[in-house]
Ligand binder design. Structure first.
Ligand code: 5GP
Length: 200
């Protein structure tokens, strides 16, 4: 059987429902791990250091890049975001599936470095939903909302670079789709061949 876990990249425009989906996914499958990213953005109300993100100064973040501690990193709007390498590598080699909720620039970097990673692009049912979700959050200024809507259009250009596109409308359906993708990876012949050799 496959002893390795999968790194599962989940990207999609701001307002696509990534955050809600990932939370529901972790609840539905307790064995799935979540990569906690580092960022230089300010915490939103209710966010905690080490839970939603590791909130770092620009200098701290740049030191981690210099020391090779980031699997990938990218500038998104005015802030830096990055994935600590160590945790991902430990999960995958320990047989655990780990979710990386990251932007498209980061998604492309991880796919290059880890070709076996599963990449999923999450989209809301339509464009109007993006704006509705961004405003519904109630934590962003008009300026930030406008910036993120523009960014959403840029990000949508990357949809066809991902292995899968999942529509995030009804949350249970979206979670089931993603779990189905993760599970089918385990049944790929490359992952099952050792089982065949050991048992037949
Ligand atoms: P937010 O500020 O809304 O939490 O995140 C903004 C964007 O940064 C989202 O698209 C999110 O997926 C992305 N992001 C979060 N963590 C990382 C990361 O570690 N690396 C990259 N490249 N993007 C990230």
């Amino acid at each position: 059987m496959n002893k390795k876990g999968s790194a599962v990249i989940i990207s999609g425009p701001s307002g696509s429902g990534k955050g809600t989906t990932v939370k529901a996914l972790l609840k539905a499958r307790g064995s799935v791990r979540l990569s906690v990213s580092a960022t230089t953005r300010q915490p939103r109300p209710g966010e905690e250091h080490g839970r939603e993100y590791f909130f770092l100064s620009k200098e701290e973040f740049e030191n981690k890049i210099k020391n090779g501690e980031m699997l990938e990193y990218a500038q998104y709007c005015d802030n830096l975001y990055g994935t600590p390498r160590d945790y991902i590598e430990r999960c995958v080699s320990g047989g655990e599936d780990v979710i990386l909720e990251i932007d498209v620039q980061g998604g492309m970097q991880v796919k290059n470095k880890m070709p076996d990673a599963i990449s999923i692009f999450l989209i809301p049912p339509d464009r109007a939903t993006i704006e509705k979700r961004l405003r519904g959050r109630g934590t962003e200024s008009e300026e930030v909302i406008a910036q993120r809507l523009k960014k959403a259009d840029e990000e949508l250009e990357y949809a066809d670079k991902y292995d899968y596109i999942v529509i995030c409308g009804e949350i249970d359906k979206c979670v089931a789709d993603i779990l189905g993708i993760i599970d089918s990876k385990k049944l790929e012949s490359a992952n099952m061949i050792d089982y065949v050799k050991e048992n037949f």
